[in-house]
Design a protein around this ligand. Structure first.
Ligand code: ZN
Length: 120
């Protein structure tokens, strides 16, 4: 992939990351406030368990996306962006425009979804 395109996707990913990170923080905060009234000690195990639950249930999806975006950004840095992590083929640009943090080509994605719980 040429440099201009890489920069374009880097920009898209960076914007997306900022937006999702904001949503994620708001979701965690809203969740923490909802539980907060019943939790006097912020350091006790119950609070930690609730925080984990909030992270998983409210922020889980966006957290997962954030990690995929970070991963894509580091692949841009490493010069490996746009390659399928399964078969090494180039992921079509059309797919990257829809899903800039895509890690797999369509074929491998479908194969992986059929085979295991990953990527559900
Ligand atoms: Zn592939």
């Amino acid at each position: 992939m040429d440099k201009d395109k890489l920069e374009k996707f880097r920009g898209v990913l960076t914007d997306m990351r900022a937006r999702i990170a904001g949503d994620f923080e708001r979701a965690v905060q809203a969740g923490a406030e909802e539980f907060g009234a019943d939790v006097p000690d912020i350091n006790d195990d119950a609070t930690r368990a609730i925080n984990r639950t909030v992270m998983m249930e409210i922020g889980g999806k966006s957290h997962e996306t954030l990690m995929q975006i970070d991963d894509a950004l580091s692949r841009i840095g490493a010069g490996a962006y746009g390659e399928c992590m399964e078969c090494g083929e180039e992921i079509p640009e059309k797919r990257l425009e829809l899903l800039p943090f895509a890690q797999f080509c369509v074929n491998c994605k479908e194969k992986l979804e059929k085979e295991g719980p990953e990527g559900s």
